[in-house]
Design a protein around this ligand. Structure first.
Ligand SMILES: CC(C)(COP(=O)(O)OP(=O)(O)OC[C@H]1O[C@@H](n2cnc3c(N)ncnc32)[C@H](O)[C@@H]1OP(=O)(O)O)[C@@H](O)C(=O)NCCC(=O)NCCS
Length: 332
């Protein structure tokens, strides 16, 4: 069974709730119908209820088991506005502004996640990545010990082997502290989605001192910090790609490294490298790229590509369920 089918099946066993702030988008409604029909998650869909219901009728979708909700009509919208205000008042947000923003579906959805009314959110079919991440940062915040929101692409090779590439979409120039957080977050995502032990390569154009330069120093510092954060991880750097994935090269270039040429999580020194690498792998190696999977938040708020289809949304929702469960220590 391919990894996405496995993820959908594992999500079914978890019984998680996911909120979809873009209920007035047809693809979201189609995905919600499929998620309900296959019992993958419980869906909460935000928008004008009349519009969503009439669109569902026109598209002949059965949304009977989904919860359709208009943020403006929710009894607890004031409670959510207070939470947003408390989180953002140090930046000058007024209570009035918080009340307005809290009924914006993106923010309302993120606040539902913050308060445990849903366990994760999925949006971005009709909003930019920046909008989705900003709402998540304002309403949910970072996971403990993590300094930055970033992302992973799950790369499924034609052989079925899965690699995690991070960061390919969010942080342009991470410093060493941020890079260490990116490594820890990506390792978590890899384990939660594949069930495999993550083996993390902190990538560079140098292997263990073969060259010198400021970006290499950064990767070395990040490696040391990531090891402190997660001493249990098989993680090492700085490594060139061949030393990270070819055991024979690892033996000669990085003897004694815990990675041993078996890396399945690649941490790139910056967004140029990460974005270029995932697209080259996708286009030249024929890999399927799933993501960006947003990581580093206390609870998952996932982004979609604006070009996504309903099936992409189903996959992202199933991934969301696995990640929210794993952040609570539940695995299947
Ligand atoms: C993350 C992002 C949304 C932040 O946008 P922004 O609102 O311009 O950011 P600001 O600099 O005004 O920061 C807003 C707050 O978020 C924080 N922040 C910004 N980026 C952050 C990140 N990646 N992780 C954690 N916190 C972050 C800032 O520190 C700031 O906090 P504060 O207001 O409490 O002091 C922005 O970097 C972005 O749009 N990234 C996506 C890039 C993209 O589109 N990639 C292509 C997709 S394939």
């Amino acid at each position: 069974m391919d990894i996405l089918s496995q993820i959908r099946d594992r999500a079914k066993a978890l019984g998680r709730s996911v909120v979809f702030p873009e209920g007035e988008d047809d693809r979201t409604l189609q995905a919600v119908a499929e998620l309900q029909n296959n019992d993958i998650i419980h869906s909460i869909v935000l928008g004008d209820v009349q519009i969503m219901e009439s669109r569902a009728r026109e598209l002949e979708l059965d949304l009977d088991n989904a919860e359709l909700l208009d943020p403006k009509m929710a009894a607890y919208k004031g409670e959510l506005a207070d939470i947003l205000y408390e989180r953002r008042k140090h930046k000058g947000m007024t209570l009035d502004q918080a009340r307005q923003l809290a009924v914006d579906p993106l923010y309302f959805g993120a606040l539902m996640v913050k308060t445990g009314r849903a366990q994760g959110s999925v949006a971005g079919a009709a909003h930019s990545t920046g909008d989705v991440i900003r709402a998540a940062l304002y309403c949910i915040g970072l996971a403990e010990g993590i300094k930055v929101v970033s992302s992973s692409f799950m790369m499924v090779m034609p052989t079925g082997k899965v690699y995690m590439y991070s960061d390919g979409a969010v942080v342009p120039n991470p410093d060493a502290v941020q890079l260490a957080s990116i490594a820890v977050s990506a390792a978590h995502i890899h384990q939660a989605l594949t069930g495999e032990e993550p083996v993390v390569g902190m990538l560079s154009y140098s292997t263990k001192g073969s060259a010198e330069g400021p970006s290499i120093d950064k990767v070395r510092q990040a490696t040391a910090m990531a090891k402190e954060l997660r001493p249990d991880l098989r993680l090492d750097g700085e490594l060139q790609v061949d030393a990270a994935i070819v055991p024979k090269v690892a033996e000669s270039k990085a003897p004694g490294s815990p990675v041993k040429g078996e890396a399945n999580v690649f941490i790139f020194p910056d967004l140029d490298a990460g974005n270029i690498a995932y697209k080259i792998t996708q286009r030249l190696a024929g890999a399927q790229a799933i993501g960006p999977i947003v990581q580093g938040l206390e609870k998952p708020a996932f982004d979609l590509s604006r070009g996504c289809n309903a099936s992409d949304i189903v996959n992202v929702a199933a991934i969301n369920a696995l990640i929210s469960a794993s952040l609570e220590g539940v695995t299947v």
